[in-house]
Write a protein that binds this ligand. Structure first.
Ligand SMILES: [Zn+2]
Length: 102
């Protein structure tokens, strides 16, 4: 692929800089419950009274067993939770090469 023809967001977005789900989710949601890859937390997408949101601490994927909110990584979470477009969410989590021409 010719770099100059790639979409701007593909050049500026750096997936390798997405935060570790194991530290990102506790910062966003409070303590995670359980052990293993999939853990539970209070869901921010509906009025949750018990931990209904399942988060994968390796991939960042998430799925709520009650309201059905779901996504594949911490970036999708950031976009949905804060209503952000792709670039703004990537900047917010530090995965955007702002000012760096790569
Ligand atoms: Zn939910």
């Amino acid at each position: 692929m010719i770099a100059a023809r790639r979409p701007v967001q593909a050049r500026l977005f750096d997936r390798s800089r997405l935060p570790d789900p194991l530290t990102f989710y506790p910062a966003e949601l409070g303590a995670l419950h359980g052990r293993g890859v999939w853990r539970s937390a209070l869901c921010p997408f509906h009025k949750d009274s018990r931990p209904s949101l399942r988060v994968n601490v390796q991939t960042g994927a998430f799925r709520c067993m009650v309201c059905g909110a779901s996504g594949g990584d911490v970036l999708a979470f950031q976009m949905q939770r804060y209503g952000l477009p792709f670039a703004a969410a990537a900047k917010a989590v530090g995965a955007w090469n702002e000012g760096h021409h790569v």
